[in-house]
Ligand binder design. Structure first.
Ligand SMILES: [Mg+2]
Length: 190
């Protein structure tokens, strides 16, 4: 039985790195907990919109952002507990393929024992999940989570920036602890 884990926003927290770069570039202190939009290009920071979008594209293309990223709260223990319960874990990420090496090195360095990472694009994760035959996925992108719900049990982990999006099919998890509780239960009755 396989679980597909999204990386950014689920096991990896890019928020502090992005906030630091915004502060450096614009002198604006913006805490990730205050972000209320999944697409950060829609953040209202009082800075010119077009250059801000180009700036963010650059931030997210920079391998250093991913190399120095912190682990999401609860993810290390959560991954361990899912493995202990007998799940197999893979990453399903929209990170581009050129980040593959950095990604596996980061996972290893943080003790996150995923057996593989599948790189795809935004909006294409459901096809990957279906091909792999995953039983469940954990995402932080509400639209992607709803698409994934068509092919497996799809969970959206609650984040400040996805809280205001209504879900059609996917279900919301409060935290990694909640994820472990529900997914271990699912495994028990599989
Ligand atoms: Mg994500």
């Amino acid at each position: 039985m396989l679980i597909g884990l999204d990386l950014d926003g689920v096991v990896c927290d890019l928020g502090p790195g992005v906030a630091a770069r915004i502060a450096d570039r614009y002198g604006v202190a913006s805490h990730p907990d205050t972000w209320r939009t999944y697409d950060l290009r829609e953040l209202e920071l009082g800075v010119p919109q077009a250059p801000f979008k180009a700036f963010l594209d650059g931030v997210f293309a920079d391998p250093a952002l991913y190399e120095a990223a912190v682990v999401a709260d609860g993810a290390v223990a959560g991954v361990e507990r899912l493995l202990d319960a007998g799940w197999r874990l893979v990453g399903i990420t929209a990170r581009p393929a050129y980040l593959a090496e950095i990604t596996t090195a980061w996972l290893t360095a943080h003790g996150l024992a995923l057996e593989a990472v599948h790189h795809t694009t935004v909006g294409a994760k459901a096809a990957v999940a279906e091909r792999l035959g995953v039983a469940a996925t954990v995402e932080d992108n509400p639209r992607e989570a709803d698409q994934l719900a068509k092919v497996c049990e799809s969970w959206l982990i609650d984040r400040p920036y996805n809280r205001d999006y209504p879900l059609e099919r996917a279900r919301r998890l409060r935290s990694w602890d909640d994820a472990v509780g529900r997914l271990c239960q699912l495994r028990l009755f599989a």
